[in-house]
Design a protein around this ligand. Structure first.
Ligand code: PLP
Length: 360
């Protein structure tokens, strides 16, 4: 298999794919695929409950938080959050970083008042950086503060949680969930689409504080989009994304075998530092993001001579290093090094970068 640096859908650990392959036709001797298993059967319920139990263990999720496995994408959550939390006359704070938070803000504005706070800027060297929290002017009347913990496209990530709005933070953690420990109690709600660190696309995990359900305004919200309803039905108000849930369960087991998110975090920092250290000492490559704001999941890299990009990508492909092209809105190169990317994969990329520079 190639080393896959795709931002999403992203690489999945080979061992997990192999296990899914082994079980594909005949799940645990049952005589059919897990895809063909009725979702109301005790067997499927066990799959669902085990997935939830292991996710709780991995992220240390307190019992007053509900875990929901929902249909659809993170973008659905852009609307679901304001639909559930806010009446049209209520307010929320949104931190604007780049593409994903802009999409999210546009949705929220359709439902309520949104105070948008700029969270990103260029520093004096022209590098992108997060604006420090003490410069934010948030609206204290906001019911929550929404932020994207890792902005996948440009490769910017929060090193620590915002301290204001503790307990009332809402976060899009699509591209860094399960890559590091999280202090869940600072959050009202966390959501993440599956296709980076959890499994195949089409399923989204939501972690939400249960007592907030009483404060939600769901009268006009479609039933399937009401968090309290999905929770009351144990993530199964209708046929759930059953294969996605099963697959997520396999990934959660794999993560526990690797030592959990604490170990993954150490490994992820190691991989990212290897790559940034190499880029920083080079004059051929550089990072468009300032130190202190850099993502350890999505490493943006630019070539001093942009005209060499295509040649770089073609050479990388020949060495089985795939999906290194940056997002169309940002350009450059991007190495997404989620949990499934090995240290060996990052070393192979660095070796190729050295060779490319030498043998031009
Ligand atoms: N938020 C972030 C941070 C993302 O990286 C992405 C997708 O890459 C999304 C939201 C949107 O996800 P989806 O395509 O599942 O709606």
């Amino acid at each position: 298999r190639a080393f896959n640096f795709s931002a999403g859908p992203a690489a999945i650990p080979t061992e997990v794919l192999e296990r899914a392959q082994e079980e594909l036709l005949n799940w645990q001797g049952y005589g059919c695929s897990v895809m063909e298993l009725g979702h109301r059967t005790p067997d499927f319920k066990e799959i669902l409950h085990n997935a939830e139990k292991n996710l709780r263990k991995l992220l240390n999720i307190p019992s007053n938080y509900k875990v929901l496995f929902m249909h659809g994408s993170a973008s659905h959550q852009f609307s679901m959050v304001p639909m559930n939390f806010l009446r049209p006359d209520e307010k929320a704070n949104y931190l604007e970083l780049d593409h994903w938070s802009k999409m999210c803000i546009a949705e929220a504005k359709r439902f309520a008042n949104v105070h948008v706070e700029q969270g990103i800027r260029k520093n004096k060297d022209g590098l992108l950086e997060l604006i420090p929290e003490d410069e934010w002017e948030l609206d204290d009347e906001g019911k929550y503060l929404h932020f994207t913990s890792n902005e996948t496209i440009v490769g910017i990530q929060f090193e620590k949680d915002p301290s204001r709005f503790a307990g009332k933070l809402v976060s899009d953690m699509c591209s860094d969930i399960l890559s590091r420990p999280i202090d869940i109690e600072k959050y009202a709600l966390i959501y993440a689409g599956a296709q980076k660190n959890i499994g195949p696309s089409g399923m989204t995990v939501v972690i939400v504080r249960e007592d907030l359900f009483d404060t939600f305004h769901t009268e006009r919200v479609p039933k399937l989009f009401q968090y309290p309803h999905v929770s009351a039905k144990d993530s199964m108000p209708n046929t759930p994304p059953s294969f996605g849930i099963y697959f997520a369960g396999l990934v959660f087991e794999w993560l526990l075998q690797q030592g959990g998110v604490e170990e993954m975090h150490k490994l992820n920092l190691k991989k990212a530092n290897m790559l940034y250290d190499y880029v920083d000492q080079s004059s051929f490559y550089h990072s468009p993001v300032a130190k202190g704001s850099r993502s350890f999941m999505n490493v943006s890299i630019q070539l001093a001579d942009k005209s060499l990009e295509q040649k770089f990508l073609e050479g990388a492909q020949r060495r089985h290093l795939i999906a290194l092209k940056g997002h169309r809105s940002f350009g450059g190169l991007r190495a997404s090094i989620y949990n499934a990317m090995s240290v060996k994969g990052v070393n192979t990329l660095i070796d190729y970068m050295k060779d490319f520079e030498k043998h031009l």
